[in-house]
Design a binder for this molecule. Sequence first.
Ligand SMILES: [Zn+2]
Length: 191
Amino acid sequence: MDKVKVRQGIQLLLEGLGVDLESDHFRDTPERTAKAWIDELCSGLGEKNFSLTTFPVGANYESSMVVLQHIPVRSVCAHHLLPFYGEATVAYIPDKRLCGLSKLSRIVDYYSRRPQVQEELTCDIANFLSEQLSPKGAGVIVKATHMCMAMRGVSHDGVMTTSSLKGSFLSEGNVRAEFMALANTQSLNKL
Ligand SMILES: [Zn+2]
């Protein structure tokens, strides 16, 4: 990533908007904003070699669904560069490999930290899980509120839901139903 270009771009944006860049509040904004975009909002773009530590499943393991719910999603939409945020549910049925549960959260975070559309974010997470673990099946559901909808256009803060299903999550109705039911549960702190 080119920090100088990002800083110049933000400066141009503010100049174009007619903001007084000499005022106390705006003087350091191009620098501060460039740092936030590079180090935080888009840090997933700078981290090229993300891979997963996996573990073999034991001989007596009877594979069942591994699910992590209520994973925070904080991202930026590709079309307006405005935030969208919500929650993801990520699940898989192991075949020969497992990963640590916290890694499911880590995958969501990695793919969230870049500008994109929610549909692709959802697919990217499911594809990554499939590639890294070769599970019997995998499923991802993302529910998010888009500020580009809430602050402009229709000014409506509806929740958009996207899903990506692989393997048995697609082909077996009971697996899909179990996953969908889990993805629709309330988070404990909202009960
Ligand atoms: Zn948008």
